[in-house]
Write a protein that binds this ligand. Structure first.
Ligand SMILES: [Zn+2]
Length: 186
């Protein structure tokens, strides 16, 4: 996805919790490596298997200044998450993948100046929590109502799930839709 030869490799295992994005941009750093899902507590609360020691997210981020002068990071965050199927209440493994497009700003930058293609990330005192940002991306990638594929679900009425929703418990509102709205507005 990113040509590594144009970036200074900064592979660290494990990845640092906090980063200084403007320094990484100045170095054109490529930050990649695994992040333990257990170190992302808000995401872990959404997972079926909260004590999994083997779950890792894969992260690859290229830091660079864009043509308009914004300090940016682009790349991806992906993980496989075990969540509770809302039809049969069994565990379903779902791939989570988010394309990252961040523009780092300070309080001197007006939010409305940031191109819409970026999520604006406010940086105070030079540093931000990389783990918080990664966690936000994975939470937004979670489906609102996770379910098995047709044929893999153990729910007896999986052939007619529309009916199941009508008769069964109400569909839970995904709290992270709220977060998505906030991110869109910012
Ligand atoms: Zn199921």
């Amino acid at each position: 996805m990113v040509d590594p030869y144009h970036f200074a490799p900064m592979s660290e295992h494990p990845l640092p919790t906090m980063i200084e994005p403007f320094k990484l941009v100045a170095k054109r750093a490529l930050v990649d490596g695994p992040v333990e899902l257990d170190s992302l507590p808000r995401l872990r609360d959404e997972l079926a298997n909260k004590t999994s020691q083997e779950g890792f997210a894969e992260v690859e981020l290229a830091f660079q200044r864009d043509q308009q002068g914004f300090a940016t990071a682009s790349g991806y965050v992906r993980a496989t998450a075990g969540v509770v199927c809302q039809r049969c209440l069994g565990v379903v493994s779902i791939p989570l993948e988010a394309s990252v497009s961040w523009a780092f700003i300070t309080d001197e930058t007006a939010f409305e100046d940031v191109p819409k293609a970026y999520d604006a990330i406010m940086v105070e005192d030079e540093a931000v929590s990389l783990f918080d940002l990664i966690e936000d991306e994975l939470l937004l990638a979670l489906p609102p109502v996770p379910m098995h594929e047709e044929g893999e679900c153990k729910a007896p009425d999986h052939q007619s799930h529309d009916e199941g929703f009508a008769n069964g418990s109400e569909v839970k509102q995904n709290p992270f839709e709220v977060l998505a709205e906030i991110k869109k507005k910012s």
